[in-house]
Design a protein around this ligand. Structure first.
Ligand code: PXP
Length: 239
């Protein structure tokens, strides 16, 4: 199975918001990454809407043909927004107001999680849970009724960046074990956070990953090489 590539375009919105105007245009970025091979567009609408805002999300949903993967906190406010937006996928992520990026996986004992998941699923939205690389969390995600899980690859990606061999093997094995546990269920298996060419290539040793969600590196690297080269290179790595 060929893995899909979801491109997270939050950082385009961050750059746009730095000037409070409309450049670079978020819709154009989505259209470009799709043109060069992205299989879906990921956006994290944070409660404070600090990068992609609700208006952006509604416009993207109206204009683009590929699926939208909405990352959001498990709150009633965000669930109500998701029901209005009706993206193909929702990925529930933990959210701390002051964090720079999503620092870890979800706490699955979060109250109301099951109710929120059911509400989304009843409205034909596939629900993924962003979890730490723990087999216990894979099992609990299944119990909660998730359609998919996305493993937080941050620790693995950092181990690759710092070339810490023992840590690379340790973190890789954790992710591999989660895949084996996930294979006992019908849940899709996705990966994301902190990934670049090297870490993606290494993780691709694990067969049948449904989707990789990559943001910061793709947007940053595209400043030097452009979307066509960067996206096509990821697509090649995943083929
Ligand atoms: N997947 C999830 C669930 C995320 O929260 C993020 C960061 O917003 C990403 C993937 C993308 O991470 P990065 O920008 O580090 O590639």
């Amino acid at each position: 199975m060929k893995s899909k590539l979801g491109v997270n375009i939050d950082h385009v919105a961050t750059l746009r918001n730095a000037r409070g105007e409309n450049h670079p245009v978020l819709l154009k970025a989505a259209e470009e990454v799709i043109k060069y091979g992205a299989d879906s567009i990921t956006i994290h609408v944070r409660e404070d809407q600090r990068h992609v805002n609700k208006k952006d999300a509604l416009l993207l949903k109206k204009k683009i043909k590929k699926p939208i993967n909405l990352e959001m906190a498990p709150t009633n406010n965000m669930v109500n927004f998701a029901l209005k937006l009706k993206p193909k996928f929702v990925c529930i992520v933990p959210e701390k107001r002051k964090e720079v990026t999503t620092e870890g996986g979800l706490n699955l004992s979060h109250k109301n999680l099951k109710i929120l998941i059911n509400k989304l699923k009843k409205n034909n939205i596939e629900v993924s849970l962003f979890i730490n690389p723990s087999t216990k969390d894979v099992i609990n995600s299944h119990k909660l009724g998730a359609n998919a899980i996305e493993i937080h690859t941050g620790s693995f990606a950092n181990a690759i960046k710092t070339k810490n061999k023992n840590k690379i093997i340790l973190e890789f094995n954790k992710i591999k074990k989660c895949k084996l546990e996930c294979d006992k269920t019908k849940m899709k298996f996705n990966l994301g956070h902190g990934l670049d060419y090297k870490s993606t290539m290494y993780l691709n040793k694990i067969k049948n990953i449904n989707e990789y969600n990559i943001g910061h590196f793709i947007i940053g690297e595209s400043l030097f090489d452009g979307f066509p080269k960067v996206i096509k290179k990821f697509k090649r790595l995943l083929s």
